[in-house]
Design a binder for this molecule. Structure first.
Ligand SMILES: [Zn+2]
Ligand SMILES: [Zn+2]
Length: 178
């Protein structure tokens, strides 16, 4: 991961002008293809890429968005905490209400812009698996010293023997007294 942290695509690409579709009759639809590299969806979410297709359907309540998007985000190995890429298939099925209503979670704006950003952020976070590993046999961190055991053993095992030797020594001393 030596990629520079600049050069991300702005989340403006997720603001889709659907005015033309609203002007067409109910029942009309459009398919939208996504193939975007490194996309900053929000301050707390950057995608390594975004691919897939969505169908935008004009129905009586607004625009119904359906499809599956494929992406990859940076995550953390649940055992050793190293950075990993997590591949995700994000299913999308949401109604964007039009005209906009204050009590609807997702709306098409009066300007005809449908902003996929907040929905994509929510769905991506929901679909992020808990407990992803860098590899299936990740050795994890030593619970005692915190060393990443994938890089080799730590010194804790030797230290663990010491208390036992100490106990044995104490026992020997005890026996010698008698
Ligand atoms: Zn790991
Ligand atoms: Zn250790």
């Amino acid at each position: 991961m030596n990629e520079p942290h600049n050069g991300y695509i702005n989340n403006r690409v997720l603001k889709i002008q659907v005015g033309f579709l609203l002007n067409e009759g109910v029942g009309q639809s459009r398919d939208m293809e996504f193939d975007v590299p490194r996309l900053r969806v929000a301050d707390d979410l950057t995608l390594h890429y975004l691919r897939g297709s969505l169908r935008l359907m004009h129905n009586s309540r607004g625009i119904l968005v359906q499809g599956t998007l494929h992406t990859s985000i940076q995550g953390e190995c649940a055992r050793c905490l190293s950075d990993i890429s997590v591949e995700l298939d994000v299913p999308i099925e949401e109604l964007f209400v039009y005209p906009p209503q204050p009590d609807a979670e997702f709306c098409v704006a009066d300007s005809g812009v449908l902003d996929l950003g907040p929905l994509l952020r929510e769905e991506t976070i929901l679909d992020t698996p808990i407990g992803a590993l860098c590899k299936s046999d990740c050795a994890g961190l030593c619970p005692n010293c915190g060393k990443n055991l994938n890089e080799g053993p730590c010194d804790c095992e030797r230290n663990e023997i010491d208390p036992r030797l100490a106990a044995l020594k104490a026992l020997q001393e005890e026996m010698q007294k008698k």
